[in-house]
Structure formats: C-alpha cells, structure tokens
Design a protein around this ligand. Structure first.
Ligand code: HEC
Length: 294
C-alpha cells in the first residue's frame, strides 16, 4: 500500500474511531482524591466533571434532551427527565445518573459503551460531595486580542494528545487482519453481531470504485482485478483509484458544498429585496477545488 492510501485509511479511521481511540480523558487517571473545600470542589468539577459531561453526555442531553433530560446545569439535573431527578446530591447510590453510568439497572449511559472506571468514580465522588456546580465565573476582562480557552473546550476530544490505545481483544481472531479491525469487531461482538462474509472480487472492486470516484469500474478494470492473483491485488486497485483524476474531481466537488458554494447570494431570493449579489467568478471555484485535491 502506498503512503496516500495509508493516509486515507488513517483519516477514515480517525473519523470513525477518533473519539474511541483518544477519549478526552486518560483512562489511567489516578482515582479522584476527595475534594473538600469549596474551591477544590469547584476545581474538581471544572477539571473532572464538566469536561466529562461535555464530551460524553452533552451531545444527547443539552438541546436534544433525550429522555427529557438536560444536563447542562445543576437545576436541570435535579429536575431530571422522564424518570424524575437524575441526581440526589450526597447520595450517589440513589442517583439515577450514577446507576446509569454504573450500568447497574436497565438504563445504561452513555449510549454505546461504559465509561472508564476512573470517570465513574469521579462522578460518584462529585455526587457524594454535593454535586457542586460552580456558578458561571464572571468573565475576567480579556486584553484585546487575547483568547481564553476554558476547561470544557480544552477537553474536546480532537484536542487531546495522541496516545497509543491497545486494540481490544476479540473472540473471532481469524477475521482480524489489522489492528483497526479489532475495534470494529469488538463492537460487533458486543452487539452480538457477526461480520458478513468477504465480498467477491467483482463486488469489491465495484464498491471501492464507486466509493472513491463515484463511478462504476469498467469491464477491463474488473477483469484485470479478477485475474490479478497477487497478494496485494486489492491494494493496487485502491492505489490506482487514489491517483486517478476521477478521485480528485469527486473530492474537489465536495468542498464547494462544504463551503456552501453557490453562484450568487441567497439574498437575491430575499423578499426584503436586498438585491441580486452574484459572486464574481464563482463558476471557477469547483474547478479550483478539483485541481487542488489533485
Ligand atoms: C447518544 C446519545 C446519548 C448519550 C451520549 C447519553 N445519553 Fe443519556 N439518554 C439517552 C436517551 C435516548 C435516553 C432515554 C432513555 C433511553 O432511550 O435509554 C437517555 C436517558 C438518560 C437518563 C434518564 C433520563 C430519564 O429521566 O429517564 C439519564 C440519567 C442519562 N441518560 C444519563 C446520561 C449520562 C450521565 C450520560 C453521559 C455519561 C449520557 N446519558 C449520555 C441518550 C444518550
């Protein structure tokens, strides 16, 4: 496999498994020490609890309020969701939130996997010590051009340093070809699912070609692949696709969409009549995009 393919795979895997491989919090954190004074309770919340809630729970428990529960303030946790209060300050064992992260009852949170023990311990400790949620700090006036990144933002998974995470152990070791496969298989096994059988060559080249270029393979390409018995036959197909012009065009075309490309401004449709505002030379953008990918 050439470098480009390796990069491509890495990106795909990062997108799929980034949060899994580099969770925001080191799993080897020491057990939380008991916070006592109110400043240390505040610090404990800001350093251990807020970032944890932000990365593990907020995606479903702020605006989307799954289960009727918002988790972005102490009040909303006390009010709780459909099943009543999510926390009982001082009483971790009676708190639904703790039962959910411990997986002791029917409710298992976060969806899709258990938190590392150190994080569960931290949540227990937080509820035990009264579930302190510091009032929003009055923002310290910042000098012009200065920027302050708070703990919650700093904890975003994409900003965590890289570290090696051992691939999970799996039952069906024969299916595994690369370390990445272990992550996929471990989750399938957890859900009681088995991988489908390997695709035949015709299906495989069709999938890869459509996937990378948006076009089906030609008859000649299919036949060449079917005849190529070398061990890296598929890697060669992918390399060929990655260096093809079609591949560059496909991704070049995607970027204008991402950048909300249009040949004019939405305001030309605006009943307020702010007028037609075309972007000069806009028709060149997709082409430029394609060329830069190439
Ligand atoms: C991917 C979405 C998702 C994430 C992430 C998530 N939850 Fe939930 N949560 C739900 C859904 C959906 C429900 C509704 C019950 C159900 O379907 O299991 C729920 C329900 C709950 C409830 C019960 C609410 C009620 O009153 O019935 C609690 C407590 C809870 N979640 C805690 C958490 C905690 C703590 C985290 C983070 C560690 C978390 N959840 C992360 C989706 C999520």
């Amino acid at each position: 496999m050439n470098k480009k393919l390796t990069c491509q795979l890495l990106l795909v895997c990062l997108a799929l498994f980034g949060p899994m491989i580099w969770p925001a919090h080191s799993q080897n954190q020491p057990k939380p020490s008991s916070p006592s004074s109110s400043t240390s309770l505040n610090d404990f919340f800001e350093s251990k609890i807020r970032p944890l809630l932000a990365t593990e729970c907020f995606s479903c428990h702020t605006d989307s309020q799954m289960g009727g529960l918002r988790m972005d303030s102490r009040e909303s946790l006390l009010k709780g969701g459909k099943s009543g209060p999510a926390i009982v300050p001082g009483e971790p064992d009676k708190s639904l939130l703790i039962q959910a992260v411990r997986h002791t009852g029917g409710l298992k949170m976060p969806k899709g996997g258990k938190l590392p023990q150190s994080q569960i311990d931290a949540l227990v400790e937080w509820v035990r010590t009264g579930a302190v949620w510091p009032a929003a700090n009055t923002p310290v006036p910042l000098a012009k051009g200065e920027m302050k990144i708070d703990a919650a933002r700093r904890a975003f998974w994409a900003f965590q340093p890289l570290r090696v995470v051992p691939a999970p152990t799996v039952k069906n070791t024969r299916w595994v070809k690369t370390e990445f496969d272990r992550f996929i298989l471990a989750r399938l096994e957890k859900e009681g699912l088995a991988p489908v059988a390997a695709a035949d060559r015709r299906t495989l080249i069709r999938r890869a070609t459509l996937d990378l270029t948006g076009l089906p393979p030609t008859v000649e390409e299919i036949e060449a692949f079917e005849k190529d018995k070398s061990a890296d036959a598929f890697a060669k197909v992918v390399d060929r696709l990655l260096t093809s012009l079609n591949y560059g065009e496909r991704w070049g075309r995607m970027w204008p969409d991402v950048a909300r490309y249009g040949e004019e401004d939405y305001r030309s449709l605006d009943p307020m009549g702010r007028g037609f505002a075309p972007y000069p030379h806009a028709y060149l953008y997709p082409r430029l995009g394609g060329q830069s990918v190439q």
